[in-house]
Write a new protein. Structure first.
Length: 210
């Protein structure tokens, strides 16, 4: 038995097909836009806009998470550092140059951490203050990586309007252990080591185990 459709039915089917196709296209566009918005919001919530490092909120959350891992016979190292005499950079060269320094420091250290197998673990915890959480990293390895960072920052030259800006950084390192009562205790110990480096001449590394 043959089956035929009228011209009007054919037109209706074609229109229906076009409308459905347009609907699918519009849905996919909206879905893609929604994903872009979510990705942008995630970036803004988790990362520092200037340096691209993770922000203080993420540092606090990740430090607590790593502390819970350390309590189950894992090891981690915490490195904190800041740019030496950063106020002088701002006063001498201006705040825009200071921003360039912070971006260059963050980029330099992040590349080193990536090369050492530690991705997305750098945080900006204050104005010129940074931290890195190194999971499954011994004290010796943390010191070795920090020495690479220290040397690279010594060689770093930031150029701004014909000016060449050279900087150094001071570092404090500690290991997180199950003996720590909480993650904050480990952070305070690393911060104390940082200030020991600053108080004994800057451009130094001070390390202590947990």
């Amino acid at each position: 038995m043959s089956y035929s459709i009228s011209r009007s039915q054919l037109i209706v089917q074609v229109i229906s097909f076009v409308v459905c196709g347009a609907g699918v296209y519009i849905f996919n566009r909206h879905l893609h836009n929604d994903q872009r918005v979510i990705a942008k919001l995630t970036q803004e919530v988790q990362y520092d806009a200037l340096t691209g490092a993770r922000n203080w909120m993420m540092f606090r959350d990740d430090l607590d998470r790593v502390y819970s891992i350390v309590r189950h016979n894992r090891q981690a190292a915490l490195v904190v550092f800041d740019v030496d005499h950063f106020k002088d950079v701002n006063d001498t060269f201006g705040h825009l140059a200071g921003n360039q320094v912070l971006m260059a420091v963050s980029s330099t250290v992040q590349h080193i951490l990536n090369d050492q197998g530690y991705q997305d673990c750098l945080y900006r915890t204050g104005g010129e203050e940074f931290a890195a959480i190194l999971v499954d990293c011994s004290a010796d390895n943390a010191q070795r990586i920090t020495e690479i960072c220290q040397t690279s920052l010594r060689k770093l030259i930031v150029r701004d309007r014909g000016q060449h800006i050279q900087i150094t950084a001071s570092f404090g390192i500690t290991t997180m252990t199950g003996k720590d009562r909480n993650a904050t205790e480990a952070f305070r110990r690393a911060d104390k080591n940082l200030y020991q480096s600053k108080n004994t001449g800057r451009d130094r590394i001070t390390i202590s185990a947990g």
